[in-house]
Ligand binder design. Structure first.
Ligand code: TRP
Length: 462
């Protein structure tokens, strides 16, 4: 069976697919929002430290487990660390299931705004637009939610159905270059705007007096989400990497690209926001507000070439989301293929259908169903969608990440981990000792701090 395992067709294809998994709503939606909430500058710096000291080493840990075993999350953890560690893989599969189910809802909204802005660009932006009202109507419209998230799920299933090289890798090869081009066009346009100076100062001028410990943990928690860590996505993607490739190099590229994109997205959004007087006060509300309420209108009012760039922007959001949803689905599907010996086609359709039930419920929890909208499992997190997001960001990913880093750091032999990381050649910036120190001490301590804050201090990072 082993020889039949699918592989990436090239190293570039792998790096693009993994980067596609990392770049998603986390970069375009969550990162600008939490940066805004935490007053920029110092937060961005802390975030960079978390990415380098914790995110990057865990990314390498996940990739090495996958590449070594050529197995998906459950089998890989079992084989490298020990039979009982299969549970960590199972926990990851479940987390993938949960995250995909609510992620598809927001991804669906990007399709709505893609078509809405296309229509405005053709027939003119309405003078009396009420963007808050438009979004509220969409959110509470059960039929729309079901159709939009269903479309997104259909696309995701459609890609994963065709497998690693001809489905996932091909999609990443098409989407990522398009995504980079659109983002650069938006960046050029936004840098000509009046607010861009203020936006850059906001992002890059640190003011440490604004920073509290909750912000540090938030930066840390986000570094897991944005790099697709803590649930075995990178184990699975690593399992399709040929044994003679350096995963250290790949991890470096993925992390750099993901971070650069998050920062560019923030420069674009903040330039727009700072250009409009009074806007900085208005957007304080929520992440949804920034992306789907404030921005659509501003594209037509202040952004140079906004008529073209508005639909381009929502296309960018949709493409970025798609390359992430396929990675989430692949974790679940590869479990059924490897562990349950299912055919890929069957595994994909079955997982897609089961996950969609939860997607449907999440979509109905913005007003369409009173019960689902007020359902409260975690205090202060009303609604099915908020419950799933809270569970994933606060519990599933940190716990998964903690166990993976402890397992790889303490229970795998250093001979094995060193062979995986350096035998295929590693770049000059890489130090095996520093990596080992991080996965043994820094990363577990940092992630444990998140869990302690959630459990004992009632913090919330979703
Ligand atoms: N990283 C993606 C984003 O930033 C989301 C994502 C894809 C993810 N796969 C994941 C998050 C696995 C956590 C775990 O939007």
């Amino acid at each position: 069976m082993k020889d039949l395992r699918e592989n990436w067709s090239s190293n570039l294809g792998f790096v693009l697919a993994a980067t596609g998994s990392a770049i998603g709503l986390g970069n375009l939606w969550k990162f600008p929002f939490i940066t805004w909430k935490n007053d920029g500058g110092a937060f961005v710096l802390i975030y960079l430290v978390c990415i380098i000291a914790v995110g990057l080493p865990i990314m390498m840990a996940e990739l090495l487990v996958g590449r070594k075993t050529q197995k998906s999350a459950v089998g890989a953890m079992r084989e490298t660390i020990g039979p009982s560690w299969g549970w960590v893989g199972t926990w990851g599969v479940m987390a993938g299931f949960v995250i995909l189910s609510y992620y598809a809802v927001v991804a669906g909204w990007s399709i709505f705004y893609l078509f809405q802005t296309l229509q405005w660009s053709v027939s003119g932006f309405p003078t009396q637009a009420n963007m808050g009202g438009l979004f509220a109507d969409l959110a509470a419209n059960g039929t729309m939610q079901t159709a939009l998230s269903g479309t997104f799920m259909f696309l995701t299933v459609g890609v994963v159905y065709f497998g690693v090289a001809s489905g996932i890798e091909k999609t990443a090869r098409l989407c990522l270059p398009a995504l980079f081009v659109i983002l650069l066009l938006l960046l050029f346009s936004s840098l000509t705007m009046e607010g861009s100076g203020e936006a850059l100062a906001f992002l890059f001028r640190p003011n440490f007096s604004e920073l509290d410990s909750a912000a540090v943990l938030e930066a840390l928690g986000h570094s897991f989400f944005t790099l697709s860590l803590g649930m075995g996505t990178m184990i699975v993607y690593g399992s399709y990497v040929a044994r003679n490739r350096s995963i250290v190099n790949a991890a470096g590229s993925i992390v750099v690209l993901d971070t650069v994109i998050a920062i560019i997205a923030s420069i674009i959004m903040f330039s727009v926001i700072f250009t409009v007087p009074g806007m900085p006060e208005q957007v304080d509300g929520s992440a949804v507000g920034m992306l789907f309420i404030s921005l659509p209108q501003l594209f037509y009012e202040v952004v140079p070439f906004g008529v073209v760039l508005a639909p381009a922007f929502y296309l960018l959001v949709a493409l970025a989301a798609l390359t992430s949803t396929i990675s989430l689905l692949e974790v679940v599907v590869s479990y059924f293929i490897d562990q349950r010996k299912m055919e890929r086609s069957r595994a994909t359709l079955l997982s897609g259908a089961c996950i969609y039930v939860f997607t449907f419920l999440s979509g109905m929890s913005f007003g369409a169903s009173t019960w689902l909208s007020s359902f409260e499992l975690f205090e202060g997190k009303a609604g099915f969608f908020a419950t799933l997001d809270h569970f994933a960001s606060n519990w599933a990913l940190p716990l998964g990440g903690l166990l993976i880093t402890l397992g790889v750091g303490w229970f795998m032999s250093t001979k094995d981990t060193e062979a995986e990381l350096v035998a295929t050649g590693s770049p000059r910036w890489f130090s095996y000792k520093a990596w080992l120190f991080s996965v043994r001490f820094i990363a577990p301590a940092a992630v444990a701090a998140i869990l302690i804050a959630v459990i004992f201090l009632g913090k919330d990072f979703s």
